[in-house]
Ligand binder design. Structure first.
Ligand code: TXA
Ligand code: MG
Length: 321
């Protein structure tokens, strides 16, 4: 029944073997600083088809291609604007995905038939080791969505990946255990196909950071926001997610540590600040399901920075599966 070998000892040897697994067309779930990804050879239609199968995701959704370093941009995209190069230089490896005009290497099975491709260099030793080993044997990039079933909460540790996917993985597939993801919410997605950058999904790389580096004002276009959010992930646990109401006895509760836990409420996380909130949030939502709670109340952090990404995901989660 359950597949996907668990690899907790991510030595150089183990990474070289994991790269061979990718090259053979099988899947490798791997840690990144944002969330865990479910990886496949980004040039193989068959390998990428297995991602969709395992995730239960509609096949017309584009995937992010993970690359070893910014020099690999040129393989995957054409006409990259200067501001995108500046962003890559400033924030890669890191929690940022650039949407660029695709090169012929980025086939329809990666881009969902769009003329653009999403690229990211993740900031995690295991992910970078895997990317570099894969590159050594001719790999051009690793396509990887978050390693959860479609619509579910993204996994931020290897156990969560295993709980989500092991019944759908086969014995050739691997799950690399690189500890808990340090950022905890998915990368900022930036559309770089227009005159000035546009945020499609908020993340740890904020509006201010992007404007400072690109020296451009972000453009806004309400109709584009749908690309990466509303249609796609709902980031939802089985429990009902309720925002900013008073928790009742029996409810799960996630809030910054300065908020007290009312009598009879199950506290699922008490992060000290917004960064820790982002890091713990998905595991806390998952624990509501492990504890078989029917409701989880979350007090959203206020303000800018990473809190914008936190509220974005929580609002989607609150719409349910
Ligand atoms: O942090 C992350 O970005 C994680 C880690 C594993 O890197 N990945 C991730 O992938 O969140 P996924 O597939 O769960 O979400 C990627 C989002 C999707 O909503 C997809 O629609 C959007 O990126 N996307 C990918 N390529 C795109 C493109 N060419 N144009 C517009 N949106 C794109
Ligand atoms: Mg996802």
């Amino acid at each position: 029944m359950s597949g996907g070998q668990f690899v907790s000892n991510c030595t150089a040897d183990a990474m070289a073997r994991a790269a061979e697994v990718l090259a053979s067309g099988a899947l490798v779930a791997f840690p990144t600083e944002t969330v865990y990804g479910l990886g496949a050879d980004a040039t193989s239609a068959d390998a990428v088809a297995r991602i969709y199968e395992v995730k239960g995701r509609p096949a017309d959704h584009p995937l992010i291609v993970h690359i070893a370093d910014m020099h690999d941009i040129a393989q995957w995209s054409d006409d990259t604007p200067d501001y995108a190069i500046a962003l890559a230089r400033a924030f890669w490896p890191g929690p940022m995905t650039l949407i660029l005009k695709r090169s012929p290497l980025a086939k329809d099975f990666i881009t969902g038939g769009q003329e653009t491709v999403g690229l990211r260099v993740p900031n995690h030793v295991v992910a970078l080791a895997l990317l570099n080993e894969f590159k050594k044997i001719g790999g051009k990039g690793i396509a990887a969505p978050s390693a959860n079933r479609f619509g579910h909460v993204s996994p931020t540790n290897a156990d969560a990946v295993s709980n989500e996917l092991s019944e759908y993985l086969s014995s050739e597939d691997l799950i690399l255990d690189g500890g808990a993801s340090l950022v905890g919410v998915e990368s900022t997605i930036i559309d770089c196909t227009t005159e000035s950058p546009k945020i499609l999904r908020p993340g740890a790389i904020t509006e201010e950071m992007i404007e400072e580096v690109s020296k451009l004002q972000l453009s806004y276009d309400a109709t584009d926001i749908r690309v990466s959010g509303a249609l796609d992930n709902h980031y939802s646990p089985a429990a009902q997610v309720l925002l900013d109401i008073e928790p009742q006895p029996g409810d799960g509760y996630i809030a910054l540590s300065r908020f007290e836990t009312p009598e009879g409420v199950h506290r699922l996380a008490s992060p000290k600040n917004e960064e820790e909130f982002a890091r713990l949030m998905y595991a806390a939502l998952r624990s509501a399901d492990t504890q078989k709670l029917s409701r989880v109340v979350v007090k959203e952090p206020e303000g800018g920075g990473i809190s914008i990404a936190i509220r974005d995901r929580l609002q989607r989660a609150s719409r349910g599966r």
